[in-house]
Design a protein. Sequence first.
Length: 94
Amino acid sequence: MIEFFVQYGMEMVCTILSACVIWLFRQASAYRAGMRALLRDRIIDRCNHYLAHGQIPVYGMENIENMYAAYAAIGGNGAAKKLVEEVRDLPTRS
């Protein structure tokens, strides 16, 4: 029995570690995709809100910029970028 573990123990440990790493990678990918979707939704919602009002408060622009920076850092792109650029051109209010 001990000979079996000595002979195959390292292979079993490597197999188990590989499975754990793959599982963790899939979990991280799912969380990242979920966070990207939530940020995109929130950015689009806020941008449309301020574009409809024709102005944006300073804190609103800061929030949008912060959300967009996080969104871009995790691979976001597309419509959110265009909307953020449009919101940057809005007049600001205190």
